[in-house]
Design a protein around this ligand. Structure first.
Ligand code: UDP
Length: 143
C-alpha cells in the first residue's frame, strides 16, 4: 500500500468539546503521523473557498455558517493508505449512521456538526492541503 497524505479538520463542535487530543490519539494509534497542524478561526471567505465544490448544494450556507462559529484544528496526516484510513476512523457523514467506535459516532451531534472533515480522494487531498499549507510547513519524518 502506498504512503499517502490527507487533509483533516477537527471542526468547531469537536474543538469546543475539548477532544482534539482524543482525536489525535486515534490518528496516531492507527499509524497516521501528523506532519503539519494549524489552529484557525476561519473567515467566511476561507470557509466558502474551502467548500467551493459544495456551493450549489442546499446545505452550503449552513455548512459555512457552522464552520466559522469557532476555531478549527487542521492537520495533514501521512501514512499507509492515509485517505481511506482517515475516512474509516471518521465514520459516516451522518453520525446516526456512523459505525460504533468511529470519531463521528463518539463525538458528533448531527450531520451539520459532525466533528471532522477528511479528504475523500488523492486529488482533493492535494488541493485541500495546498489551500491551507505551504510546502515548507509540511514536516514529514523522512526529510
Ligand atoms: N453536510 C450537511 N448536510 C448534508 C450533507 C453534508 O450539513 O446533508 C455537511 C457535513 O458537515 C459534511 C459536509 O457537508 O461533513 C461535506 O459533505 P460530504 O458529503 O463531502 O461529507 P463528508 O465527506 O464530510 O463525510
Amino acid at each position: 500500500m502506498a504512503i499517502e497524505r490527507t487533509f483533516s479538520i477537527i471542526k468547531p463542535d469537536a474543538v469546543a468539546k475539548n477532544v482534539i487530543g482524543e482525536i489525535y490519539s486515534r490518528f496516531e494509534k492507527n499509524g497516521l503521523q501528523i506532519i503539519a497542524a494549524k489552529m484557525l478561526h476561519m473567515t467566511r471567505e476561507q470557509a466558502e473557498g474551502f467548500y467551493a465544490v459544495h456551493k450549489e448544494r442546499p446545505f452550503f450556507k449552513d455548512l459555512v455558517d457552522f464552520m466559522i462559529t469557532g476555531p478549527v484544528m487542521m492537520q495533514v496526516l501521512e501514512g499507509e493508505d492515509a485517505i481511506a484510513k482517515n475516512r474509516d476512523l471518521m465514520g459516516a457523514t451522518n453520525p446516526k449512521e456512523a459505525a460504533p467506535g468511529t470519531i463521528r459516532a463518539d463525538f458528533a451531534d448531527s450531520i451539520d456538526a459532525n466533528a471532522v472533515h477528511g479528504s475523500d480522494a488523492p486529488e482533493t487531498a492535494q488541493q485541500e492541503i495546498a489551500f491551507f499549507f505551504t510546502e515548507n510547513e509540511l514536516c514529514p519524518r523522512t526529510r
